[in-house]
Design a protein around this ligand. Structure first.
Ligand SMILES: Cc1ncc(COP(=O)(O)O)c(C=O)c1O
Length: 377
């Protein structure tokens, strides 16, 4: 290695030694290390679609190859128009990102100044916190209660006390899958000051029983709804997400701050086609809704484990009741048996008593249940 003499330093400490996001492991890690055949691996740590990518999106992406020598429209105009039409909003109220996570990072940069507070539940999707730290903004936490009750009253108390510049709400919540009701989200919206940007993250909303975020947009001018194409549309590898608001003053700064051509020809074409692939979304939703009670009741029958009740997402938390086991040990034992889950220890506020497990095809659920029962303390 060359010894560096340069004195360049990142703008804040989190960029030197801050928390790094830990994604779910790829299938190859298990096939290579433990000799499990790729088709047998149960990949249950990234909340992907059990039926793969939307076929309509795949076709559109292939066709977009003929346009790869051309710059895309820098605002992804046609994709914004399709999103606006689908949900009944002006396309000027839509901003697209290379995944929803890009929109999250843009929001934090655009709407909170250095050291200003950004509110989120604890635990939460780690990237709210990681991006806040990396941008020098100040994450503030509202703890969840027993079995990850969102404790809306407490959230509102914290919000009143710190007056955050951005308040993230995740519905359904990651990592628990718990859902806040429409009246709970409304209470938060009513309690927020008008200078707090309310960011309602509906990444997993298709799998839940309450899809009201878009309706609230017409009532609250400081609200933005965030959505992803990575889950129900099955396009995690394409990288498409968006933010939508009824207030163009929220969207305009995001358009200016985003990397100019952040959406390529394939993302735009695949996004438009995937958005309208209702059959594919319905298939994923049906599988999740059928398998969720199947796998959670299966976990409850395994000695030493319990499914945290109430998930309305395509994953749920498994609590480790056996005091002789911890999440990293169970995670590693599952890997040996061809099952990839998320180790709760990788989500700092979750700790070592939980695993996050995706709901997926029956054969993967059966492998997970078999492997869990096979682990001895
Ligand atoms: C709550 C939540 N929001 C957003 C995302 C990211 O979505 P994308 O793949 O579009 O960046 C995830 C992904 O895991 C998530 O859990």
């Amino acid at each position: 290695m060359i010894e560096s003499v340069a004195a360049v330093t990142p703008s804040n400490r989190a960029l030197v030694d801050g928390e790094v996001y830990v994604p779910g492991l790829p299938v190859e890690d298990v096939t290579q290390k433990y000799g499990v055949a790729p088709d047998d691996v149960a990949k249950l740590a990234s909340a992907e679609n059990p039926h793969g990518a939307s076929p309509l999106a795949l076709k559109a992406v292939a066709e977009a190859q003929s346009r790869l020598s051309l710059y895309p429209d820098w605002t992804a105009k046609t994709l914004r128009a399709a999103i606006g039409e689908k949900y009944g909003f002006d396309p000027e109220g839509v901003v697209c990102g290379s995944g929803e996570t890009e929109v999250i990072s843009m929001l934090i940069r655009a709407f909170a100044k250095p050291d200003e507070p950004v509110l989120m539940h604890s635990p939460c999707f780690p990237l709210y916190r990681i991006y806040s730290h990396c941008e020098g903004r100040r994450p503030v936490f509202s703890p969840m209660g027993k079995d990850f009750d969102p404790q809306v009253d407490h959230y509102i108390d914290v919000m009143r006390r710190v007056n955050p510049k951005i308040a993230f709400m995740t519905n359904p919540h990651n990592p628990s899958g718990r859902l806040m009701s429409e009246s709970e989200v409304r209470r938060i919206c009513e309690a927020a000051n008008s200078d707090t940007l309310l960011a309602l993250d509906e990444a997993y909303v298709h799998y839940s029983s309450a899809q009201f975020g878009m309706d609230l947009l017409r009532e609250y001018d400081n609200l933005i709804v965030l959505r992803t194409f990575s889950k129900a549309f099955g396009l995690a590898g394409l990288r498409v997400g968006f933010g939508i608001s009824n207030n163009p003053d929220i969207i305009r700064p995001l358009r200016l701050i985003k990397p100019t051509w952040n959406m390529g020809q394939m993302q735009i074409a695949g996004g438009i086609a995937g958005l309208n692939d209702d059959a594919h979304v319905a298939r994923a939703v049906a599988t999740i809704q059928e398998m969720r009670p199947y796998v959670t009741s299966g976990v409850d029958k395994v000695d030493g484990f319990r499914a945290v009740p109430g998930s309305e997402a395509n994953f749920f938390l498994t609590e480790i009741l056996n005091p002789e086991l911890d999440s990293t040990r169970v995670f590693n034992e599952l890997l040996k048996r061809g099952v990839i889950v998320k180790d709760g220890s990788d989500i700092p506020e979750l700790g070592s008593r939980y695993l996050r497990v995706d709901v997926n095809l029956k054969k993967h659920m059966d492998r997970f249940l078999w492997a869990l029962a096979d682990i001895k303390a």
